[in-house]
Ligand binder design. Structure first.
Ligand SMILES: Cc1cc2nc3c(=O)[nH]c(=O)nc-3n(C[C@H](O)[C@H](O)[C@H](O)COP(=O)(O)OP(=O)(O)OC[C@H]3O[C@@H](n4cnc5c(N)ncnc54)[C@H](O)[C@@H]3O)c2cc1C
Length: 389
């Protein structure tokens, strides 16, 4: 049953309360880290500090059920909170635990897994990365070959994952591994929770075109994982991953992330050359309208106003629309920066202020949005299947 929408005056009171907290809790360092964000999360040190502050305030997991540490806010309050964090340049959290594995464990985890893992996700003591993709197993994920053999009460994991965001910072990984290769590719995959501090794991950061090394190659050599750290049944990890993908795809390119970029476009508009400013201003109105539509869809999803059958296609539609809009915003950034966009960034201070270095880094970083969490072509396939059925 969706929550009743709160009255305007209670919304205003809630917004004021959030603003007061942010005024105190967001130091200038944290705001600068928020402004300098070009990829999917802010600089990791700032992420940890901001995570812990939100946790102390009891506001780290607004979307979780209250019984597990959620805030009890309704969809409007969650939206207001996200809007205010964006408007005040709060760091973008490294949120694989909060957004993906946490909700999954609440839904499907054993009692032992909930009591072991949920609390450090909330406190920020354990950050989580996602170990799915491999060379030759991206869109065709069921082709994955990292193996796990049962050895008594443990699995022995061998293989290599690639494009693992934040593996060099994370304490934990949720991973898909192959436990049986005899049947259909989707059968024989198992979902494991792996400790990144285990012997046998090597992590190698991969440099990207925007100048950061956000993702990694992760090699496993005889890595031991207790059987109790398996989610769901052995060989049935595909259905576990399908459930988790719904959370991931709906929350990776969020309106809060788009709002942050929009603010930077607006800042650059002020200092741009008059011709560039004139041409960008008209398109900015279109961008703002499209953002309002996506925000509405995000609100409907958050308030449970979609039936379960629609959730998968809505997640695809939102991912697609948000990605296209985000990339459009970064094209505006480039235009507004003009020739200054040829400059490469050298320090995070440079990224935190409006200018060509930020514009080009953000432009390149946002190309990745049509690849991660399902490529745009894959999402179009999902939507096309709905139309055909
Ligand atoms: C910034 C970034 C962060 C990432 N983080 C993670 C992470 O943390 N963990 C993780 O596991 N993975 C991560 N990935 C990997 C990501 O999930 C894969 O890159 C993605 O699934 C695409 O797989 P691929 O790169 O192997 O490309 P491919 O699947 O080989 O696709 C190549 C091209 O073919 C197209 N294509 C493929 N299949 C079809 C089809 N059936 N119909 C039409 N077109 C098709 C694709 O759209 C694409 O254009 C990340 C990627 C990026 C860019």
């Amino acid at each position: 049953m969706p929550h009743a929408r709160p009255s305007r005056s209670s919304e205003v009171r809630f917004r004021t309360r959030v603003r007061r907290f942010l005024d105190d809790a967001l130091t200038e360092d944290l705001r600068a880290a928020g402004r300098a964000t070009i990829g999917t999360h802010s600089e990791i040190g700032a992420c940890r500090i901001w995570h812990q502050r939100l946790h102390r305030q009891g506001w780290i997991a607004p979307a979780w059920p209250q019984a597990h540490g959620g805030t009890g806010w309704n969809a409007t309050e969650r939206l207001i909170f996200d809007q205010e964090c964006a408007a005040n340049d709060a760091p973008v959290l490294f949120a694989g635990g909060l957004r993906n594995v946490g909700p999954l464990l609440i839904a499907l985890g054993s009692e032992a897994q909930k009591s072991r893992y949920l609390s450090p996700i909330l406190s920020g003591d354990e950050f989580w990365c996602q170990g799915y993709s491999e060379a030759g197993a991206g869109s065709d994920l069921a082709a994955l070959r990292t193996r796990a053999h049962r050895d008594g009460d443990e699995y022995l994991v061998n293989g290599t994952k690639i494009w693992t965001t934040g593996a060099n910072h994370a304490e934990k990984m949720f991973a898909l591994v192959r436990t049986d290769a005899s049947g259909k590719p989707q059968h024989g995959i198992t979902f494991l929770l792996i400790d990144m501090r285990s012997p046998g794991i090597t992590t190698r950061p991969v440099q990207t075109i925007h100048g950061e090394a956000e993702f990694n190659e992760v090699h496993f050599e005889d890595v031991r994982v207790p059987v109790e750290d398996r989610v769901g049944a052995e060989d049935d990890g595909w259905s576990v991953a399908k459930q988790l993908m719904l959370y991931a795809r709906a929350s990776n390119t969020t309106c809060a992330l788009l709002r942050r970029t929009l603010r930077r476009v607006q800042e650059m508009l002020v200092t741009a050359m008059p011709e560039a400013r004139h041409s960008a201003r008209n398109r900015l109105t279109d961008v703002e309208l499209r953002l309002a539509v996506i925000e509405r869809l995000e609100y409907d999803a958050a308030s449970g106003q979609q039936d379960a059958g629609d959730r998968s296609q809505n997640a695809s539609m939102m991912k697609l629309r948000a990605t296209e809009l985000h990339q459009q915003m970064t094209e505006l950034l480039l235009e507004l920066a003009g020739p200054d966009a040829c400059r490469q960034w050298r320090s995070r201070d440079e990224l935190a202020s409006p200018g060509g270095a930020y514009a080009s880094a953000k432009y390149f970083a946002t190309r990745a949005a049509s690849i991660y969490s399902g490529t745009s072509e894959v999402h179009r396939n999902i939507l096309a299947r709905v139309l055909i059925d």
